[in-house]
Design a protein around this ligand. Structure first.
Ligand code: ZN
Ligand code: ZN
Length: 204
């Protein structure tokens, strides 16, 4: 098993520098491994991390756990919180871990000589014991793990736009099998193609 220092080095390499929230992410991941009694980092898909914010902590969690978007073992539920739920997909045991609200103030106590708050957090988050740094609780997911992960290998075509839909993300809508976008669950509105026209004289 890699040490905290080694993991922080790997996280910093991924992130281009080390910052306090990466330390939190690495430590949350390590703590999840201990609570769920799983060897880390995972090379399989047994552990699923559901992160509640994007950004620095996610990189720390990835390095500590092996969970990442590209492996389909990390999901993003944007709540703007440095918190994450870790799920053992074999047993469906799950634990949510979040930093304690006092962790920032505590960092000052652990690193009184630090040049600033940021440096204090960077140093202290590596030292503060888990029970003082984090709060955690067992949780049950409101969506079955199997539904969250989706049906891997399934591939259908949307009856409306014709685009391919993988992992069982199609929905039934007005007697058709369609993608979520065609069912009205949209995150973009199409604009006239002319708004993407290349500068005259150039080609795409
Ligand atoms: Zn950062
Ligand atoms: Zn569609």
């Amino acid at each position: 098993m890699q040490t905290l220092a080694e993991l922080l080095q790997a996280s910093a390499a991924l992130h281009s520098h080390l910052c306090p929230r990466q330390v939190l992410g690495v430590r949350m991941g390590l703590l999840a491994g201990r609570l769920l009694e799983l060897e880390l980092p995972r090379t399989d898909k047994r552990l699923l991390a559901i992160i509640e914010t994007d950004g620095c902590a996610a990189d720390g969690i990835t390095v500590a756990t092996g969970c990442r978007i590209g492996k389909r073992t990390m999901r993003f539920e944007d709540r703007g919180k440095v918190a994450a739920t870790f799920v053992d997909t074999h047993t469906e045991r799950a634990v949510r871990i979040a930093p304690r609200s006092e962790s920032r103030a505590l960092a000052q106590e652990y690193a009184p000589d630090a040049a600033n708050h940021w440096q204090a957090q960077l140093a202290a988050y590596q030292e503060i014991p888990n029970p003082l740094l984090f709060v955690w609780q067992p949780v049950a997911l409101t969506t079955a793990v199997q539904t969250l992960v989706g049906a891997e290998g399934v591939r259908v075509q949307c009856d409306v736009c014709g685009e391919e839909i993988i992992n069982g993300r199609q929905v039934a809508h007005q007697d058709r099998i369609v993608c979520r976008s065609c069912a009205g669950d949209v995150y973009y509105l199409a604009l006239p193609a002319v708004t993407l026209s290349p500068t005259p004289g150039t080609t795409i």
